[in-house]
Design a protein around this ligand. Structure first.
Ligand code: SF4
Length: 358
């Protein structure tokens, strides 16, 4: 079937374009197939299914599956695609695989290691003097088992537009706030329309001039970097920066690299923060490879976090002395600009605490 499309060019002339409908339909289908919302709908929530996809026999690991009651399993397909088939110790699988160690109550660990659960204004955390953190969207595309917010009461902190007004009014009233950080959950779980509205409100607050987006979405669902999002971040009057979250070099594949390209071209600053995780990235070689791979695609290593002591995830923790040794080994092999700062977040402190490597 032949259809005719009339286009008006800038000189006002009309051009008729004849296209076969059969040419258009596959393109529409391709776009729908590539949508990030589809990737979100397809996240794997059953550990059995996850292991089967990786050619690993689930019945050998049944005792671990009940840990999903403590924190649901969520793993997007693009992330699974990067895991090594047949390897239960794959460093990406280990980040999302529920384990029965999560039931162990560990001394010194808590449900709220950074004391964030009692925010005065719904959806807003004002932890640092000139920066305010907005919980734009509760929940994430992926559930990382080590997450320090795994017990965060997102239901009580998922504001709607009316409640946003309180958070925005708070920011407007606090002239010391010059930077707003979009966090979550993952802020890029919000639609481009939602983000457009929110950014427009923040632009009206004259003392805010920077916007930082902390997100793991582009890593686990590369389709989330939509043209509309890139346009929004390049046209806002705020200086926009993205801080990604990548822990291992295997998380970087060609889909992610290609998706990132428009952000690089648009010169949106891209940083990364990693968490030091036992048996995942707790050696200098892995972290050096990660820094180098990131630099090749325009991401600057920013922070290497010591593990936040969240209850249910103590098996990811390594002690500070070992972390310092790893960081020293990295320093010996990396130029300074590829060396992430080793830091610990301490509840109530006005900034992250750098770890002394001397
Ligand atoms: S993406 Fe970040 S906030 Fe979400 S579960 Fe993982 S670590 Fe936590």
């Amino acid at each position: 079937m032949l259809i005719t499309i009339t286009l008006s060019c800038i000189l006002g002339k009309e051009h008729k374009l004849k296209l076969e409908l059969s040419q258009i339909i596959p393109q529409i289908h391709a776009n729908l197939h590539n949508s990030w919302q589809k990737d979100l709908r397809e996240v794997i929530t059953e550990p059995e299914k996850l292991l089967l996809m990786l050619n690993i026999e689930p019945k050998d690991y049944l005792q671990h599956f009940k840990a999903r009651q403590l924190f649901p399993v969520r793993v997007p397909l693009p992330f699974i695609k990067r895991m090594i088939k047949g390897d239960i110790n794959d460093p990406l699988l280990k980040q999302v695989m529920p384990l029965n160690q999560e039931f162990i109550i560990s001394e010194g660990f808590s449900h709220d290691p950074l004391q964030e659960h009692n925010s005065k204004v719904e959806g807003l955390l004002h932890k640092y003097k000139n920066r305010a953190l907005m919980i734009v969207k509760p929940g994430c595309a992926i559930n990382c088992r080590y997450c320090f917010r795994r017990h965060f009461p997102y239901q009580e902190n998922s504001p709607n537009k009316t409640q946003w007004q309180h958070a925005l009014a708070y920011i407007a009233d606090h002239k010391e706030i010059s930077e707003v950080i979009f966090s979550g959950g993952d802020p890029l779980m919000a639609s481009d329309e939602h983000l457009t509205w929110l950014i427009a409100q923040i632009e009206k607050i004259s003392h805010v001039n920077r916007l930082r987006i902390h997100t793991r979405m582009p890593v686990v669902i590369p389709n989330r970097i939509t043209p509309a999002l890139v346009e929004l971040l390049t046209t806002t009057s705020l200086k926009a920066t993205i801080v990604l979250h990548i822990n291992h070099g295997n998380e970087i594949d060609s889909d992610f690299i290609n998706a990132l390209e428009p952000l690089r071209v648009a010169r949106i600053p891209l940083f990364n923060q990693s968490v030091l995780l036992k048996h995942i990235n707790d050696n200098a070689e892995t972290l050096i490879t990660l820094s180098e791979k990131m630099y090749d695609i325009g991401i600057i290593p920013y922070y290497l976090h010591l593990f936040d002591t969240v209850q249910g995830a103590a098996h990811f923790n390594i002690d500070e002395k070992r972390a310092v040794n790893i960081a020293k080994e990295m320093m010996a092999s990396l130029p300074g600009f590829l060396m992430p700062k080793l830091v610990r977040e301490i509840a109530g402190k006005a900034n992250k605490t750098p770890i002394n490597l001397a």
